[in-house]
Design a protein around this ligand. Sequence first.
Ligand code: HMG
Ligand code: MG
Length: 298
Amino acid sequence: MSTPSTVRVVEVGARDGLQNEKTVIPAATKIELIDRLSATGLRTIEATSFVSPKWVPQLADAAEVFAGIRKRDGVAYPVLVPNLQGYERAREVGAREVAIFTAASEAFNRRNINASIDESIGRFMPVLERAIADGVRVRGYVSTVLGCPYQGEVPVADVVRVARRLYELGCYEISLGDTIGVGTPLKARAMLRAVAGDVPVDALAVHFHDTRGQALANILACLEEGVAVVDSSVSGTGGCPYAKGATGNVASEDVVYMLEGMGIATGIDLPALVSTGIWLSEQLGRATSSRVARAMTA
Ligand code: HMG
Ligand code: MG
């Protein structure tokens, strides 16, 4: 099977990673993290999240962080927004790309954003309308695409329906999230193929958490279906505060090592990424979750 010749890695560590770390690091450290990441060749760095600080206190300093980062040419810095209030906060500090998020599981959505799937999409309509009028790009996330911590199995038809809806509403890219890292490669491939039947594969990204060590295998299965955008987090930080037991995203270092090893160009300087991940794990006071980083620094 063929794989793409280039892949865009979407670095989500500063948001998905830090939102669920016990150690809350100062805004200045988050700014340094993002500035170090943007020097590695990454082209998309999710910077922070303008959600309710009561729900995610770790990212209560979103405005300070976003305002403080160095905006490099050619690098996009999307930020997560749950509603119009979040969109407005993001725009006040100059965000030019936002990400909205819902799930394929009703039960998860209720816990994560206190809304049904349809209600969440209803909340995003005004965000999308405003974003389109403002020339702001919108990325869409669908969570729990391969299983839900509350409802268990998630029918593929529900993933397809929600992904298609976000695409129709104007999201330029839909990131399919295995929030709790339960998927395995054949299921991941089947899910991807089903979604790609309704949404162009060029508009799809994959977002695997590595809870059960399946993430790289799942990514490979999806690359073989033509996906060329992969979300990951430096040092494998994080998880989801509303998905108990979810560990971090697959480590960016491991993804880049695999892709480059397969001859798939990422444009990322792996040693620089590894040293950024090691530095971050020191700030967090814990060991890196990246196997590649451990091997390269042993
Ligand atoms: P709610 O309590 O139902 O909302 O929360 P509300 O509208 O009733 O507002 C309650 C309070 O929050 C009010 O303040 C609002 O002003 C305030 P009060 O009057 O009590 O003082 N508020 C806000 N403040 C700042 N910024 C905002 C904002 N919105 C309301 N944007 C809400 C609903 C959606 C706000 C809440 O549930 C929330 O923020 N949830 C976020 C949860 C979250 O961030 N989860 C993690 C991200 S998703 C994820 O990680 C998965 C992903 O990585 C993909 C994958 O892995 O699958 C994307
Ligand atoms: Mg996630």
